[in-house]
Design a protein around this ligand. Structure first.
Ligand code: SF4
Ligand code: ZN
Length: 340
C-alpha cells in the first residue's frame, strides 16, 4: 500500500506518522512543525530573552545537534570532555564537525583541567570495588553540571541551553520518585531553572519533544551526530528507569509527557519541603549542606590528600587528583556521593 499523502502540504507522500498526534507528514512538513514547536516552547516559556548569549551544551548527541542551528540567537557551543577513553574522543569529533558546519565557536572544557586531574576513567577506577562503581553517572552528572557552568562563564554566556528531551526528563522524574528524592522533585519540573544562587539560568527547549521525534528530525535534516553509548551507561540506574518507561509507554502512550507534566505541576506541602538551599562554603554555589554536590564529591575523592578547591565562579586547582601510577586506589568516603 503506498504511503498516504502528507496531511499538511497534501502534495508529498508522508514519510512518517507523528507518534503523538498520529498525523502522517512528509519529511519537510514534519521538520517545519517540529521547529515551530520548539520555537514556541522557547518564546511562550520566555526561556531566552533577545540578546541572550547562549552556551549550548554540546555532547555530539542528536539532541544538542538539533538545537544548535535553530534558535536564532547568539550561540556558543560548549562541550565537556569527561575523560572517558574510547568514547569521548569520537563524540568530541562529532561536536567539532557540528561547530564547523554551523560556523559556531566551540569551547571544550575537560574534567581533568577543572577538577585537579580527575577524569571519569580515574573516578571509575577509584570507585571500582567500593560498591560505588555503579554510581559513575551520578558522579559524572554532578561534575558535568559544574563543568558546563564553568565553560559557559568562560565564553561569556548569559544562559545555558541543554538538549534534554521529553524521554530524558521522564526518566529523571521516575528516578527521583524511585529514590524518594523530594528535593529534586520539588524543583524538577519546569522548562528550566532561573539561575538561583548566582548560577546561570538554564533551559531545555526540547523538553516537550519525544526522543523518537528528535531522532526523526536529525534524520530528515541529515544532522551529523554521534550515537554510541558511553562505556559507563550500562551500569547506570537510568537504564532501569528507561526500561520501566518503555513498559509504561507500551500500556499508555502518553506516559512520557504525563510524567514530564506531572513534575511541572508537582508542589510539595510546606512541611515536606526540604530546607532552602544556602551557599557552598567552598565555592559559593547553591548547596543544601555545607558543601555543594561537586565540592562534596571531589572532597571524597581526594580524601587523605590536599584538598581540591573550586574557586568562586571559576576553577581552582591544586596538586590533588586521581591516584598516580603505582599509588593505591582510594575509595571515596561514604559521604562522597551526596544524596540526590
Ligand atoms: Fe557520564 Fe554516565 Fe553519561 Fe557516561 S553515561 S557520560 S558516565 S553521565
Ligand atoms: Zn508535507
Amino acid at each position: 500500500m503506498p504511503a498516504p499523502q502528507c496531511a499538511t502540504c497534501h502534495k508529498a507522500r508522508a514519510a512518517l506518522r507523528r507518534p503523538r498526534s498520529g498525523r502522517a507528514l512528509c519529511g519537510a512538513c514534519f521538520c517545519a512543525a517540529f521547529e515551530a514547536e520548539v520555537l514556541h516552547t522557547v518564546v511562550a516559556g520566555r526561556l531566552l530573552p533577545s540578546g541572550a548569549v547562549v552556551a549550548v551544551g554540546a555532547s555530539g548527541g542528536k539532541d544538542s545537534t538539533v538545537l544548535a542551528p535553530r534558535l536564532g540567537i547568539s550561540l556558543r557551543l560548549v562541550a565537556v570532555d569527561e575523560g572517558i577513553g574510547g568514547y569521548r574522543d569520537a563524540a568530541l569529533a562529532a561536536v567539532r564537525r557540528q561547530a564547523a558546519r554551523w560556523e559556531l565557536p566551540l569551547t571544550v572544557v575537560a574534567y581533568a583541567d577543572l577538577f585537579g586531574g580527575w577524569t571519569m576513567d580515574a573516578v571509575a577506577r577509584s570507585t571500582a570495588g567500593s560498591g560505588r562503581s555503579r554510581a559513575c553517572c551520578t558522579f559524572c552528572g554532578v561534575l558535568r553540571r559544574r563543568a558546563l557552568e564553568e565553560g559557559a562563564r568562560l565564553v561569556g554566556a548569559t544562559h545555558i541551553v541543554t538538549g534534554h528531551n521529553a524521554d530524558d526528563m521522564a526518566e529523571t522524574v521516575l528516578m527521583n520518585f524511585l529514590r524518594g528524592d523530594a528535593a529534586r522533585l520539588a524543583r524538577g519540573g519546569g522548562l528550566g531553572s532561573p539561575g538561583e544562587g548566582g548560577a546561570l539560568p538554564r533551559c531545555r527547549p526540547l523538553q516537550l519533544a519525544s526522543q523518537k521525534e528528535v531522532v526523526l528530525y536529525a534524520h530528515f535534516r541529515r544532522l551529523d551526530y554521534f550515537s554510541e553509548e558511553c562505556v559507563y551507561a550500562p551500569e547506570a540506574f537510568r537504564g532501569h528507569a528507561r526500561h520501566l518507561l518503555k513498559l509504561l509507554e507500551a500500556a499508555r502512550p502518553s506516559a512520557v509527557l504525563d510524567l514530564v507534566h506531572s513534575a511541572e505541576r508537582l508542589a510539595l506541602a510546606p512541611a515536606a519541603r526540604p530546607p532552602a538551599p544556602g551557599a557552598c562554603s567552598r565555592c559559593g554555589a547553591l548547596a543544601s549542606r555545607a558543601l555543594c554536590q561537586a565540592c562534596a564529591l571531589l572532597d571524597g575523592l581526594n580524601r587523605g590528600r590536599p584538598r581540591l578547591a573550586i574557586g568562586k565562579g571559576r576553577r581552582g586547582l591544586d596538586e590533588a587528583g586521581p591516584p598516580r601510577d603505582g599509588e593505591p586506589e582510594r575509595a571515596p568516603a561514604p559521604d562522597a556521593v551526596p544524596a540526590f
